[in-house]
Ligand binder design. Structure first.
Ligand code: CO
Ligand code: CO
Length: 339
């Protein structure tokens, strides 16, 4: 039988499929913004999450994320999409409670594929202690799936991405290179097993361990790339973030795949948007840019913490968590990358 592969039906996959940030901001910046005192500013400024004051010291957190498949196994796709969507809740230090699913599904695929995507998502949500309570499905030529996730948290306990302080160090809790690996997977050049395993892993353990320590700022690393999410944190916090290239963990084989040209399109739109926010030390060139501007999917948490807390975190969490840089007084750029 000639059943279509999931990734055959899509042009770009995972967070690689995000609209270029420049285009997105052009539209967003031109929209009316209704002021509501209950809508709290300063939280993850990633356009896909908000924090809403519901009184008595509690806030409602809501986030949404969905994308086309980056893997052919529908169960794995459901797991990755769920882990990725739920991650925005963990990036705010909160616990997901309920979710709604968003499904775009082609009529050329058997319904068993839709069922498998949902089963993967339900299992992953269950692991997070989150219930998928409903959803919406439409027919579409290109499959897409994701979740809108809701959490309720104590107002004072929510992490923002705008509290990084000079002297902090940055911890990253997953390896990088998902975008490069997914591009190579689509080209049949790798099985991307390590990247897939990482993408389907919840950021729950990272969030749980970090909750016991001092976290000044937090975000998660997805389509905007490690540099994009670092720049958002730096700009939100009024600081400059310094990232040491040699300290960054990558999935094995990632640098080789990038050198072979498996570069996701989002790498270029991310650089277009970020180029005057990021400075590279001399000696760093195209190779490093290819890796650092590439979108990630369901990436790790990026935490800005005092050094003793960061060291305790990395000791306790183990690999691949690593200290990847530090925070300093605001300089002329948002992020500088050193060797
Ligand atoms: Co998101
Ligand atoms: Co995010």
């Amino acid at each position: 039988m000639d059943e279509k592969r999931l990734t055959e039906l899509v042009r770009s996959s995972g967070c690689n499929a995000k609209l270029p940030p420049g285009d997105l901001h052009e539209v967003l910046d031109s929209l009316p913004h209704d002021a509501d005192a209950r809508l709290i500013g300063g939280y993850e400024k990633s356009d896909d999450a908000f924090v809403y004051d519901i009184g008595e010291g509690k806030v409602l957190i809501e986030t949404v994320d969905f994308f086309p498949p980056m893997v052919d196994d529908p169960v794995a796709f459901g797991e990755i999409a769920a882990a990725n969507a739920i991650s925005d809740i963990y990036a705010m230090g909160a616990e997901p409670s309920v979710a709604l699913s968003l499904m775009c599904f082609p009529s050329c695929l058997p319904l068993s594929v839709m069922r498998s995507i949902m089963l993967g998502a339900i299992a992953k949500a269950r692991e997070a202690g989150c219930i998928i309570a409903g959803g919406h499905t439409i027919s579409d030529r290109e499959p897409k799936f994701g979740l809108s996730v809701t959490a309720i948290a104590g107002k004072e306990s929510v992490w923002t991405n705008s509290g990084a302080l000079p002297g902090d160090v940055l911890v990253l809790t997953k390896k990088l290179g998902a975008g490069v690996n997914m591009t190579a997977l689509k080209g049949g050049e790798t099985d991307a097993a390590e990247a897939i395993e990482s993408m389907r892993t919840l950021n729950k353990r990272a969030r749980d361990m970090a909750r016991a320590l001092r976290v000044h700022a937090a975000t998660d690393v997805t389509g905007f790339s490690i540099l994009g999410h670092s720049a958002e944190m730096a700009d939100g916090s009024g600081v400059t973030v310094s990232i040491a290239f040699s300290s960054l963990p990558f999935f094995s084989g990632t640098e080789e795949l990038a050198r072979f040209g498996f570069i996701p399109e989002g790498r270029y739109t991310n650089e277009d948007y970020l180029h005057d926010k990021v400075a590279f030390a001399s000696g760093l060139g195209k190779r490093e840019r290819d890796l650092l501007f590439s979108p990630e999917t369901s990436g790790g948490l990026l935490l800005s913490m005092p050094r003793p807390d960061a060291e305790r975190f990395v000791d306790g969490f183990g690999a691949p968590a690593a200290i990847i840089g530090h925070v300093r007084e605001r300089g002329s750029v948002s992020v500088d990358v050193i060797a």
